[in-house]
Structures are given as structure tokens and as C-alpha cells.
Design a protein around this ligand. Structure first.
Ligand code: CMC
Length: 429
């Protein structure tokens, strides 16, 4: 009869240990009983970059990277992208169930009526240089919001917590739009609470002298779908950062600024920006083979390809290709699309990429759509951070409610000098 245990024999001592297995996983702390002698600290596992370490149990997002499956709270991403909207998905991610009509109406009202920011936040944003990167502005402003809502530090009070969550989801588009207007030298546009979440965001980006801004419904919907696709992605670098910072009971604004900082890098949320810069550099379909040679010689990465978890087509990338068609109907085709398609075509047939299971990820096509919608390239990672806000916050709440969680504090294997005596400066050579 099979047993849900793992038997380990320590060949240093000949001792055998039986370790419980749950969810195909062993608890790393179980290894500590494996010792050579009583003074031994006990065995640890070594896993730089957490390639095979689960840091939490979670009920929010499911990914099967081999099959290319992504589900929020059990609902397949393609069904949500097809039939839902971002605010409804945000509710689902946060509360675990789809809202009833009444719950949705209340939720929508709560979010759309917290969109204004304190005037001092506006002044603060004014102080940035004219060419400040919008995500740099976003990170700093979200961190600064903790000083506007000091009650946010009361993280154990569920009502206070929910208030900060609503504030953050409601205000990030405003902060993002102000960062965009700032970089263009344009006056900031206040929110219009009669518009949808994404409609209002477009309003704050684009409104000029018109009395009432009318968002283009196709672009509004396209942005909504892109927001759904980016809402959560389990324990990625930014989310793990949110949980690590939050584990010391930091307020949600400061924790989220840290999560957004993790997102900034070109290997994570900054990849959409890096993809566009790469496509511009390639410049023409005829230059693709030469570029690919460089990738295969390991001179550079094919940005927007590969994923730690997906070893198959990223299901979000598939949906994004459909969104691109809708957007291009309105904006006209982005000429960089042909270069992207050629890169993908070659990569999907080439042994280098096939052997390593490298497929397009969410960022490969999103930038092409954002550029067609006339977003400046530096805004792309901000367009990732806005919808990811709900994922960060849902994961933060789950972490706070999880009695198995404690302050995050990895171990290390110390390989430095052994103890030695201090040498005064004039005796050093
Ligand atoms: N271009 C060329 N080679 C690649 C790429 C790429 N984009 N990605 C991975 N490889 C190679 C890598 O060199 C390695 O080869 P080998 O085993 O021969 O040394 C192999 O594929 C495995 O890659 P890895 O670096 O061990 O994989 P990882 O899980 O540590 O990294 C990744 C995942 C996403 C950081 C990486 O694939 C990458 O840098 N991609 C480009 C940046 C990108 O598009 N990031 C967005 C990720 S999706 C959205 C998000 O998370 O924010």
C-alpha cells in the first residue's frame, strides 16, 4: 500500500527519516531533523530564485505552466476575458466569488467614488522632473500615499484594510494618468466618476478642451480585457515582494510601492517596454534573422519570450493577439506587428527555442497594442501595475489571514571568512 511519506537516508550517518508528503510537497522544516550530530544545525534546502519552493498555500490563482492554463478563483482566463470586466474580476480575485448584481453595484460605486487624490498628491507629482519615468513617479507616489492615510498601518482591522484596498484600486489609475500628463507637460485631468474604470482612465489621459470626454468603446473594452489579463499571476516577483514586505506588517501603500518596484525590471513588468524597444531596434522584418542569430549566440534575450512557469504558450498571449485585431481596426495596424510575427514564427520553429520551451509571454504583444493606442513606451509598465494592484492586495490579505505565515526571512549558506582579528589601518598591506 502506498504511503504519503518520503523516506530519506542520510548516507553520512546511515540514519533514515520518514517525512510526510502533502500536496506533493514536503515541509522544508522537516529537513532540520537531519543532523550529523547533536551540535549540527540541521539540513536546509538551497533554492536561489525559489525555482522549486512553494512559499505559501493560496486559493487565488491557478497556473498549469505545462498545459498553458490560467484561472482566477477557478474561472478560466479566456472566459473572464470574454464575458467579464475588470472591476468584476477584481471583486472575484479579492473576495473569491463572482458578485451578485447588488454586490457589484456597491463595489463599482465604492471604487468609482474613491478615484480623486488629495491635492497635495498632485503637488507632489508636480515636483518630478519633466522626463521622469512614469513608473518611477507611480512607485514614489504610491509610497507617499501611506503618509496621507496613516490609518492604513492598522492592518489587523478588516474594515480599515478594506478601505485602503478600495482607495488603492480606485486611485492607481489617477496616479498613473497624472504621471503620463506630467511627462507630456499637460495639465492633470480630474476623474469622471460617471465613466467606467477604464473609460475614466482614458479620460484622464486624453481629455483636452472638450466638455465631456467620450471614450472610444472599442479601446475602452480592449484596455479592460488587458487589465483582466494582468490582474493576478500567483507568486511572481512583484507579488512575492508584496507578501515579503507585508509580512513585516508594513502598511499596504508602502508594501505595494515595493511590489511595483519589483515589477519595474525588464525581466518582469518592464518587459513590455523592453519588447517595444527591441522591435524598434530591429526596425524591419529583413533584419529578424540577424537579430535571432544574436539571441542564439546568447548576446541578448528575445524579450517577451520565456517564462518561469509557462513552458507552453502563455494563454494570455493568445487572448492579446485577438485584442490586437480589435484595436488595429480603430487605430490602424502597428507596423511593428510584422516584425513581432516574424520573430514568433522563427522562434516557434527553431530548435533553440523549442528545446527550451520558449513561447511568447503576455508582454510580447501587449506593447504593440499600447503603442497603437498612442501610449508612450515608458507608460507600458504602469499599464501593468494598475490592474496588478488587485492581485497584490488580494495576495497581501491572504498572507495576513494565513496563520502559517510569519515574517519572511530566508536562510543563507555562509561561505565567507571564518573569524579573524581586526587589523588597524596602518598595519594593513
Ligand atoms: N531569450 C533567449 N533565451 C532565453 C529567454 C529569452 N527571452 N528566456 C530564457 N532563455 C533561455 C535561457 O538562456 C536558458 O537557457 P540555458 O538553459 O541554455 O542556459 C533557458 O532559456 C531557461 O531560461 P531561464 O533564464 O533559466 O528561465 P527563468 O525561469 O529563470 O526566466 C524569464 C524566466 C521570464 C526571466 C526569462 O525567460 C526572460 O528573461 N525572458 C525575457 C524577459 C521577459 O519577457 N519577461 C516577461 C515575463 S512574463 C511577464 C512577467 O512576469 O512580468
Amino acid at each position: 500500500m502506498s504511503k504519503n511519506t518520503l523516506t530519506i537516508t542520510d548516507n553520512r550517518t546511515g540514519k533514515t527519516y520518514e517525512i510526510p508528503v502533502e500536496y506533493d510537497t514536503i515541509e522544508a522544516m522537516q529537513l532540520r531533523q537531519i543532523k550529523v550530530n547533536d551540535d549540527d544545525f540541521g539540513m536546509m534546502s538551497y533554492d536561489p530564485a525559489f525555482k522549486n519552493t512553494a512559499s505559501t498555500k493560496s486559493k487565488i490563482t491557478f497556473i498549469d505552466g505545462d498545459k498553458g492554463i490560467l484561472r482566477y478563483r477557478g474561472y478560466p482566463i479566456d472566459q473572464l476575458a470574454e464575458s467579464s470586466n475588470y472591476l468584476e474580476v477584481a471583486y472575484l480575485i479579492l473576495f473569491g466569488e463572482l458578485p451578485t448584481k447588488e454586490q457589484y453595484a456597491q463595489w463599482e460605486h465604492d471604487i468609482l467614488h474613491h478615484t480623486f487624490v488629495h491635492e497635495s498628491i498632485k503637488h507632489l507629482m508636480h515636483a518630478f522632473r519633466y522626463d521622469a519615468h512614469p513608473l518611477g513617479m507611480f512607485i514614489a507616489t504610491v509610497a507617499a500615499m501611506s503618509t496621507f492615510y496613516p490609518e492604513g498601518r492598522d492592518i489587523h482591522n478588516e474594515d480599515t484594510r478594506m478601505k485602503q484596498i478600495q482607495r488603492l484600486i480606485a486611485k492607481v489609475p489617477t496616479v498613473a494618468a497624472f504621471s503620463y500628463r506630467h511627462s507630456r507637460g499637460l495639465p492633470y485631468v480630474y476623474p469622471d466618476n460617471e465613466l467606467s474604470y477604464t473609460g475614466n482612465f482614458l479620460n484622464m489621459l486624453d481629455k483636452m478642451t472638450e466638455v465631456r470626454y467620450e471614450p472610444n468603446p472599442i479601446l475602452e473594452r480592449a484596455l479592460d480585457v488587458l487589465f483582466i489579463l494582468h490582474a493576478d499571476h500567483e507568486q511572481n516577483c512583484g507579488t512575492a515582494t508584496m507578501r515579503v514586505i507585508g509580512s513585516s506588517h508594513t502598511d499596504p501603500y508602502t508594501s505595494m510601492a515595493g511590489a511595483a518596484a519589483a515589477l519595474y525590471g525588464p525581466l518582469h513588468g518592464g518587459a513590455n517596454e523592453a519588447v517595444l524597444r527591441m522591435l524598434i531596434e530591429i526596425g524591419d522584418v529583413k533584419n529578424v534573422p540577424e537579430f535571432m542569430k544574436g539571441v542564439k549566440n546568447r548576446e541578448r534575450l528575445l524579450m517577451g519570450f520565456g517564462h518561469r512557469v509557462y513552458k507552453n504558450y502563455d494563454p494570455r498571449a493568445k487572448i492579446i493577439k485577438q485584442v490586437a485585431d480589435d484595436v488595429f481596426e480603430v487605430t490602424g495596424k502597428n507596423p511593428l506587428l510584422d516584425i513581432a510575427l516574424e520573430l514568433e514564427r522563427i522562434a516557434l520553429e527553431d530548435d533553440f527555442f523549442v528545446e527550451r520551451n520558449l513561447y511568447p509571454n503576455v508582454d510580447f504583444y501587449s506593447g504593440i497594442i499600447y503603442q497603437a493606442m498612442r501610449f508612450p513606451i515608458s507608460m507600458f509598465p504602469v499599464l501593468f501595475a494598475i490592474p496588478r494592484t488587485v492581485g497584490w492586495l488580494a495576495q497581501w490579505v491572504e498572507m495576513l489571514n494565513d496563520s502559517e505565515q510569519k515574517i519572511a526571512r530566508p536562510r543563507q549558506i555562509y561561505l565567507g571568512e571564518d573569524e579573524r582579528d581586526f587589523v588597524p589601518m596602518d598595519e594593513r598591506n
